[in-house]
Ligand binder design. Structure first.
Ligand code: SF4
Length: 697
């Protein structure tokens, strides 16, 4: 309760972290800001630890409130005025582009940026810099599911139905998803599902907090999910459980898939994956004989060099059972980052323009160029996916300058030591952030930008629901919004068009740019979002309906049918051997988020999860002579990480796990493999070959 006489203000907004975008109220009373949970369809009044503590960063002592520039004499970063910092960035861009061409400057965005920022960043790259090199860290989040969704359904929306549909599924299959740790309030929907008599099946190499709640847990060898999916379809085919009418009327291409999965004998797949035939059969039966069933994938299935094909295998299974478009049924992807969905719709992806349009489509280029007020021929062509872009920095053929907005690739990139050295080789590195991340520490110029509670905007959550992020207060003195940063740079670079700084104005332009595209926001207005619990795209008409559920009658493909693609198992890019005999996999923990730039600085979260660890099975620990809590070294061909051992039967004896939130010696991505999926560009974060050694004291 607010004490009498206190001055108080509130903003109904959403959590700054993950794609669940839990509703919260921010209340400031006499200068003290607190988080209150808010009823919203995704979280239904719940928040996780990260959400509860999100306000702590607003007044954090490490908050950046003045630009920093690297002094050429001392080599150290020092405070600077905004004019000096922006002049230095603009001069650096001009020097690099005049010497090496427009593509010598690159932009790297983030899946936490609002829709308005993601849109403005894509426009800035293509219109002010005229570079083809822009991509973002969402490439490492859900790009494999996005690519699989587009090739099967003709569109990529993480969940093509609202979360509330989960409760209607008689069988729910989670593949490589651990929402009990990554987005705990989502469990309220799973609890509903169970209370209605539904079954939960989890596929995960670890006995996660989510797997512990499952009726059935399949614990395959990392990298064998695709074979497991094909075996499930093999069983459904053999048992005559397919939806023949759906196959005939709503899909194309099943014959090739039928021929492929015919070879995935359950006994063979048991040998490959370690999943018993009986569990494969029980899973296939539970999916096929249920009145309604949903299959959800997340990073465990997707972050592989065969991630697109792995997701496709589960999409094939869903289609063969006639699930997509049926009430309480379907396939979906649990997107990770707060605006992972919107971040990929508005043009910060190397191959896309706003509205999810393809950048090499002449009609799309003409439409977007018309909205931007520039000739279509002036727009650059497609760039390259995130890892390829970062790995080319500073090389003879790669960009020589990089502008980073809302991302920390020094910690989050695969084979991170190599990317760190690429960043050090640049002529110019600019980072816009509100904390001095490990990437910002390397920058020539650091630009302090506003936080989520200090500016308005929109986010698009994992359901494709467009939400309003509402400001509680102004940014502190010395801090600017990302939109103001882009406008300031655009002016200095003599950009041919304006870059508005008012997010509502930017959103109005975004709506026009997206109109007619697959992700059509033309009918989404801020007022309309305010009047409801968000608006689902596509929504082409301000007076027409939005689209909570897709695929009820047709798929957005040329013939209206979903498309099967045959996919086959192949080994991980790096297999175990005598020198590196163990599989290594990475993931998240409840109290930390992504590269940890924010959550590592929150006291309560630091107490809950103070540092990295290496999870290994008691049998493996005994073989290595490692005791619980003892520091160990995980070594791959690319580097090593050091952290205390956490000895636990929750992991397979042939596999070790580490969370990826920490930097320095505990950086898990020093170890990970930079092999990427040929279609999506997704790196193989989830499996590589390592050995574990004791660290002698
Ligand atoms: Fe924030 Fe995600 Fe936690 Fe919800 S589940 S409070 S959106 S981090």
């Amino acid at each position: 309760a607010t004490r009498p006489g206190a001055t108080s203000r509130e903003a109904a907004t959403h959590c700054p972290y993950c794609a669940l975008q839990c509703g919260m109220t921010l209340r400031e009373t006499d200068g003290r800001t607190e988080v209150l949970p808010r009823q919203f369809p995704t979280n239904r009044g719940g928040l996780c630890q990260k959400g509860w503590t999100a306000a702590e960063l607003l007044d954090h002592p490490e908050r950046l409130t003045t630009p920093l520039v690297r002094d050429p004499v001392t080599g150290e970063q020092r405070p600077a005025s905004w004019d000096e910092a922006l002049d230095r960035v603009a001069a650096g861009i001009r020097t690099v582009q005049s010497g090496h061409g427009r593509d010598a400057v690159a932009v790297f965005g983030g899946g936490g940026l609002t829709n308005e920022k993601a849109y403005a960043l894509g426009k800035f790259a293509r219109v002010a810099l005229r570079t083809r090199h822009i991509d973002y860290n969402g490439r490492w989040c859900m790009s494999s599911a996005a690519a699989a969704g587009i090739r099967a359904f003709g569109v990529d929306r993480g969940l093509p139905f609202p979360l509330e549909d989960l409760a209607r599924a008689e069988t729910l299959l989670l593949v490589g998803a651990n929402p009990a740790e990554t987005m705990p309030p989502l469990l309220r929907h799973l609890t509903d599902q169970r209370q209605r008599g539904g079954r939960l099946i989890v596929i995960d190499p670890r006995v996660t907090a989510t797997a512990r709640q499952a009726d059935l847990h399949l614990q395959p060898l990392p990298g064998t999910d695709l074979a497991v999916a094909n075996a499930l379809l093999h069983i459904a085919l053999t048992e005559g459980w397919l939806d023949r009418e759906y196959l005939a009327t709503r899909t194309t291409g099943f014959d090739a898939v039928r021929r492929t999965v015919a070879g995935y004998w359950p006994a063979e797949v048991e040998r490959l994956s370690g999943v018993p035939v009986a569990d494969l059969e029980a899973t296939a039966r539970a999916l096929a004989t249920a009145g309604s069933a949903i299959i959800l994938t997340a990073r465990g299935a997707e972050q592989h060099a065969k991630g697109v094909d792995t997701v496709t295998a589960f999409v094939n299974l869903a289609l063969a059972l006639g699930l997509p478009g049926r009430p309480g049924s379907g396939y979906g992807c649990l997107t990770g980052q707060g605006n992972g969905q919107g971040g990929r719709e508005h043009g910060q992806k190397a191959d896309q323009l706003p509205g999810y349009r393809k950048i090499d489509d002449p009609a799309a280029r003409a439409h977007v160029a018309g909205v931007w007020g520039v000739p279509a021929d002036d727009l650059p062509g497609p760039g390259v996916p995130a890892y390829r872009l970062l790995d080319s920095l500073g090389t003879p053929d790669g960009p020589r300058a990089l502008l980073v907005f809302g991302s920390n690739p020094v910690v989050s990139a695969p084979r991170a030591a190599r990317i760190e050295s690429r960043l050090r080789d640049l002529d110019l590195l600019v980072v816009a952030d509100f904390l001095r991340s490990e990437t910002a520490a390397l920058a020539d110029v650091v630009l302090p930008v506003a936080q989520w509670a200090e500016e308005d905007g929109t986010m698009t959550n994992l359901e494709g629901r467009v939400l309003r992020r509402r400001a509680l207060r102004e940014p502190p003195p010395g801090v600017r919004t990302d939109l103001a940063v882009l406008a300031g740079l655009a002016t200095r670079l003599d950009a041919p068009v304006d870059f508005p700084t008012d997010p509502r104005t930017v959103f109005t332009e975004l709506r026009r740019a997206s109109a007619g595209g697959p992700a059509d926001y033309a009918g989404v207005t801020w007022d309309r979002i305010d009047a409801a619990s968000g608006v689902f795209w596509p929504c082409p008409d301000p007076d027409g309906p939005d689209t909570p559920r897709l695929f009820a009658d047709r798929f957005p493909t040329p013939d209206g049918r979903a498309r099967f693609h045959p996919v086959t198992h192949r080994p991980a890019a790096e297999e175990v051997c005598a020198d590196y005999p163990l599989h290594f996999t990475t993931g998240r923990v409840l109290a930390q988020y992504q590269s940890g730039t924010q959550t590592r600085r929150v006291a309560a979260l630091r107490r809950a999860a103070p540092g990295a660890f290496v999870e290994l099975h008691p049998d493996l620990a005994a073989r290595l002579g490692v005791t619980d809590g003892e520091e160990v070294r995980v070594v791959s061909r690319r580097g090593e990480l050091r952290a205390p051992a956490r000895v636990s039967p929750t992991i397979r004896p042939d596999t070790v796990f580490a969370p990826f939130h920490w930097a320095g010696a505990a950086r898990a991505n020093s170890v990970t493999n930079d092999a990427v999926d040929p279609v999506s560009g997704m790196p193989e974060f989830k499996i590589c070959a390592v050995r574990v050694e004791r660290v002698e004291s």
